[in-house]
Design a protein around this ligand. Structure first.
Ligand code: ARG
Ligand code: ZN
Length: 855
């Protein structure tokens, strides 16, 4: 059943307060609710009372103290309706007692158990598995919670009120929607700290983990404190409760959740030590801790009216966490990383059958819309807005947003209106970024007209957005194109200027130039578009050497590498001299940030190349792509063996470990050099490093190299023996073996690992390590035999019966199927049809497979 944005109606009742009492028991938890309803003036007239509820055993239901008559109440799989006739005219008190089964809850949505502890995940629609309630984000209320259990630690939202032997009470004064409800109970230990807000509120901070994990919480705590300070300094946002709790759980469907005052995290986004976490893990922890904390204002204090508005909170909060990381680390490096992810995940989504706008207008299962488009493109759209209205305009608009909508459930229209009101700009056309799917392709033509008083350089842009499912016509959008001009000796003659494109085709002229300039276009990746520019290799090499915009400098190198690889795949060409010598200069440039050089050494992924070929109308051959990429890596290693080896040695970790950006950048460059050298030294350096490494970045990199060199058996055994008690590290052990397996063996390796006693497929991280790893092995996943497709589909079905959200998410591995040749397409289609024909399929997976097939 499809839900439409255009059907939105306010809920007929308001809630003045909610009181919940939980009697915790693994198989039979009792939930007693008292909810004070009153008619909602926004929906005049008499209405039935509909409360969502799924998988609940109702023991009693009362209105104003009197049992609700059986004939006044109807219960379905989706909820409960009390007929309007049985409701008092004005306000009334609803009381119910239901029983639920946390231990039997394998979907990990609602109240469930993980490693002996109780925890919850309610976003988007999990609260309805806890009790009967209007489970929609526009119904906001203050909550009081009493938890009864013998477990030592009992947590919920808001401030602690009182506790005694076997119980605890919490009060959350800030009205919130049910999706922000949380409860945790368990035998937990805490890392305490505190933060004093700038207006003097002392906040107790705690990170709660299982005993044994306490030594790996310090970095997360430090990240939290820096986030709280940053949100005060940059957005003027202060925390608003006496406590802020974070809990780490091992079984979690996603990264983390911003429940008011009680954030719940996947343990992989909390726990870190130098020995167990890579630099990438540290950076993600910092970013996600910040993200969830920032939701306190962008998400919780101001929430979404309905789930179509999801990007209102997610796009903005991603944008904010990106700004935070870029302030904590390196702005240019962060921008490059974000664009890499955007292209790898969101462009891929936008160019396939799952394309949807940042604000969709219909869905079957909302959990299927926690996507790269809603999150990452949602953030890009805000970046464009900021570029268009300027930093001051952005700051004024945000102040107005917080002032006008605090305590409300808002929409994208509300969001755009504050920008219009604060800056006077008309955003009618800009709104299309929210409502239209698809990635615009921007082509550019250059013209140079010399003249007596200086020449004129003209850039003519044309934008075209290909059709996406359900949206054939794509009117032109507002595209901010940041441009700078360099003269032929590398000096900047026109600094970064934002051209505002609003038409399908539009020209911009730069006058009075002494000589024909070289244009640096789409600086900082100023809009999420595909720039199609038939530049000469020499021009790209020039920009790689001279551009003053670090993003475009990297981008020039990237484009060069891609051109080289595409020609290697399609014409058996040799790597171009322009590219190799530019790379050599870069490698030798000690003045450049090591993290930046590491990014330049990273070749475009096989999936990226497949997408590029598909866009050029060719069906990508995964084996050839793999071979070309290997050949190029080997050519680079052979040509620059000396400098690479020198870089590798010079960057050996000295002194105590630091997770900061500078140290991480040096390690990134060191392991990037190692990965290239590994192609010609037969794994010799990797074997030595594996023995000596004292941090996980280097251990994991060395192990990956050994797997690729096909000499990893002893290292894999040693790694497993050393880390068998650490679930997060064993996830890496699974993942690395599949990702780095030779393509022809990937399915077989995955199959063997799936039979390993440690393959606890009920743990989402473990399932994702193996299956996500297989999907990330491009040539292995797309092996012509179809073995990987079959294996993967078998597991999707198995997972679906247990945890539909995980199965649905993993099914996106198939979203690119239409790119490939007819044989592969037939193999994938057969697997997808087989899944769809399976009885009892979840709504989640059936929507996904249907959309992927274009059904
Ligand atoms: N709001 C959470 C976050 O972005 C994620 C919740 C994901 N929920 C889901 N059903 N997929 O931090
Ligand atoms: Zn979020």
């Amino acid at each position: 059943q499809t839900i439409y944005l255009s059907d939105y109606q306010p809920y007929p009742f308001r809630i003045a307060r909610v009181d919940l009492t939980f009697g915790l028991a693994p198989r039979a938890t009792r939930v007693h609710s008292r909810i004070e309803f009153a008619p909602n003036p926004a929906r005049p007239g008499r209405h039935d009372l509909f409360l969502h509820g799924e998988k609940l055993r109702l023991h009693s239901a009362r209105i104003d103290g009197k049992p609700v008559a059986a004939e006044a109440m109807a219960i379905t799989d989706e909820g409960l309706t009390v007929t309007a006739r049985a409701l008092p005219d004005g306000p009334f008190l609803w009381e119910a007692e239901v029983e639920i089964d946390p231990e039997g809850n394998t979907a990990l949505e609602g109240l469930y158990m993980s490693g002996g502890m109780y925890c919850t995940q309610c976003e988007a629609e999990g609260f309805r598995k806890i009790t009967y309630y209007p489970d929609r984000p526009d119904v906001m209320a203050p909550f009081k919670v009493r938890i009864e259990s013998d477990l030592p630690v009992l947590l919920s939202n808001g401030n602690p009120v009182a506790k005694g032997a076997g119980w605890a009470e919490w009060n959350d004064p800030w009205p919130k929607p049910a999706y922000l409800f949380a409860l945790v109970a368990g035998n937990l230990v805490n890392l305490p700290d505190s933060f004093t807000t700038r207006s003097g509120r002392k906040v107790d901070l705690n990170i709660w983990v299982r005993p044994g994990d306490l030594d790996r919480c310090a970095f997360a705590m430090d990240s939290l404190i820096r986030s709280m300070k940053w949100d005060e300094d940059v957005y003027g946002r202060e925390y608003d409760l006496d406590v802020f709790n974070i809990v780490a759980v091992d079984d979690f469907n996603m990264g983390a959740m911003e429940n008011k005052g009680l954030n719940i995290f996947n343990s992989k986004l909390v726990l870190a030590s130098p020995e167990t976490a890579t630099d990438l893990d540290f950076e993600r922890i910092e970013g996600v801790i910040a993200h969830e904390y920032f939701h306190n204002w962008t998400g919780n204090r101001i929430t979404c009216r309905d789930w179509f508005q999801l990007c209102l909170k997610e796009g903005l909060t991603v944008f904010r966490d990106q700004q935070f990381t870029s302030d904590m680390r390196s702005g240019p490096v962060k921008r490059i990383e974000d664009v890499l992810t955007l292209r790898a995940r969101q462009f891929r989504e936008d160019m396939g059958p799952l394309a949807h706008p940042p604000r969709p207008d219909h869905f079957v299962e909302i959990n299927n819309f926690y996507t790269a488009t809603v999150y990452e493109k949602g953030a890009e759209v805000i970046g464009m807005l900021k570029r268009l209205v300027g930093d001051d305009g952005y700051a004024r608009a945000l102040d107005l947003y917080f002032e006008r909508h605090d305590g409300e459930a808002a929409t994208i229209e509300d969001w755009l209106k504050v920008f219009e009101d604060a800056t006077g700009r008309d955003l009618t056309q800009f709104r299309r970024w929210y409502t239209d799917a698809g990635t615009p392709r921007l082509t550019v033509a250059e013209d140079w007209a010399p003249g007596a008083g200086g020449g004129t350089f003209t850039l003519t842009f044309t934008q075209v957005t290909p059709p996406t499912p359900g949206q054939d016509i794509k009117p032109p959008r507002v595209i901010p194109v940041a441009v700078g001009l360099l003269n032929p000796n590398g000096d900047e003659v026109v600094p970064t200027t934002v051209l505002e494109m609003t038409e399908a085709t539009q020209s911009f002229a730069f006058e009075g130039l002494a000589s024909r300039p070289v244009a640096s276009i789409l600086r900082g990746f100023s809009a999420p578009v595909v720039l199609e520019r038939a530049a000469l290799a020499a021009e790209r090499a020039f920009l790689l050497a001279h551009d003053t915009d670090p993003f475009n400098r990297w981008e020039a190198g990237r484009a060069l590498a891609k051109d080289v690889l595409v020609r290697m795949v399609t014409e058996d060409a040799a790597p171009s001299e322009d590219y190799l010598s530019a790379l050599g200069r870069l490698l030798a440039d000690e003045a450049l940030d090591p993290a930046f050089r590491a990014l330049c050494l990273r070749l475009p992924s096989e999936d990226d190349l497949a997408q590029t070929l598909a866009e050029a109308g060719r069906s990508p051959d995964p084996d050839r792509i793999h071979a070309a990429r290997e050949d190029l890596a080997r050519a680079i290693a052979t040509r620059f063996e000396g400098p690479l080896a020198q870089t590798y040695e010079a960057l050996a970790d000295a002194g105590p470990f630091s997770p900061d950006a500078a140290a991480a950048g040096r390690r990134a460059l060191r392991v990037a050099a190692l990965a290239l050298l590994n192609r010609i030294d037969g794994g010799a350096r990797a074997a030595a490093l594996f023995e000596r490494a004292t941090n996980m970045t280097e251990s994991a990199a060395a192990l990956a190299c050994l797997i690729e060199a096909d000499r990893a058996e002893p290292a894999l055994a040693a790694f497993h023996a050393r880390w068998k008690e650490n679930r997060l590290v064993i996830d890496k052990w699974f993942m690395l073996q599949v990702v780095h397996a030779a393509p022809e063996r990937a399915a077989e390796v995955a199959e063997r690992l799936a039979a390993h006693p440690d393959f606890d497929w009920k743990n989402p991280n473990r399932a994702r390590a193996l299956l996500g790893g297989l999907a990330a092995n491009h040539a292995g996943f797309h092996a012509a035999s179809g073995a990987a497709y079959r294996f993967y589909a078998d597991w999707l079905l198995r997972l679906d019966a247990l945890n539909p959200q995980i199965a649905a998410r993993l099914s996106t591995a198939f979203e690119t199927w239409a790119r490939y040749d007819a044989d592969r397409r037939a193999l994938v289609a057969a697997e997808l049809e087989r899944i769809r024909a399976t009885p009892g399929l979840s709504r989640d997976l059936s929507e996904m497979t249907g959309r992927i097939l274009g059904a």
